[in-house]
Design a protein around this ligand. Sequence first.
Ligand code: PLP
Length: 389
Amino acid sequence: MAEESYQLETLAVRAGGAPSQFHEHSEALFLTSSFTFDSAEQAAKRFIGEEPGNIYARFTNPTVTMFEERLAALEGAEQCVATSSGMAAILATGMGLLKAGDHIVASRSLFGATINTFNNYFKKFGVETTYVSATDVAEWQAAVKPNTKLFFLETPSNPLTEISDIAAIAAVAKSCGALLAVDNCFCTPILQRPLDLGADIVIHSATKYIDGQGRVLGGAVLGSKKLMEPVYGFLRTTGPTMSAFNAWVFLKGLETLKLRMDAHSANALQLAQWLEKQPNVARVFYPGLPSHPQHALAMKQQKTGGGIVAFEVKGGKAAAWRVIDNTKMLSITANLGDTKTTITHPATTTHARITPEARAAAGISDGLIRVGVGLEAVVDIENDLARGL
Ligand SMILES: *Cc1c(COP(=O)(O)O)cnc(C)c1O
């Protein structure tokens, strides 16, 4: 398929792979850990890379390859490498592209496990990270050292939905010879394409919106062929690759991604507007609201405000827990990007393992609640929250 000529909606349904000898219409699930060769000579050629083709599922699998091709088409990337989880995508990026003595400049407002990976593991192998404001481009410039190799951000951020200016931060990275990696988990390529804005690498937790129904874990790293080669090399050697079954679930997820992102966004906007009117809500964080500090940038950079709404209730942790414990329908779980609305208390769950100081610096107060807005009727979500409010 000549992928350049098609719209995103079409690529999401059609891009990637070709039917097998059986002419199946829906993408096949190839559950096989290894592949056979016609001859010893062919095996030898495959192993040294002289002939393309599958060898072993830690390296490639046709279902995984179809997923990679489809997501690459959607992000406008030369290459995609699929991973066993979003965190494996971040690990593979670091292990593939960094070495001891390198330096990362990262947004302070990152997913908790990402911060733990940088602080506890990358650091152990001699890679230091400096954290800066997600929104103040001057801080990124000021944090650069001669050994800075990677800029890392998430936009909108989790859970406060801060918006980083991808084009402006990409320009700083470029001027210092560093790479910019953007975790595009919250927007997906349907709402935002970081590579078009100057980023070098896109990272996904496919576990969230790409699956969209909370079933399986997976991730991806995307970028140029040159950058993806060492990332793939790390995965192929050490093994945190995506399983064929999960890739097959994600392929089907991509087909409805546009419809779901539009619906999640419409529900989230309506819920955010309702929350702003509740007397016990101190503040609502949603990029689609004019009250959001980076609303104008968000509306330029993303197609919609996305599906995540955070809000701060008056009364701290006790009040936040009361709202959560009084819901009857919402799922109390740390996952997001699901058809079912999820509710989380970040300070005691997803961000519990970072220090209280780091949490305060990231603006995650004890009264903060994150809602991953699902596809139920908004009025039912509102009624469920109203009880505890
Ligand atoms: C969930 C998440 C991750 C980690 O993904 P897993 O698939 O859970 O490993 C990374 N970044 C963001 C923004 C996330 O929400």
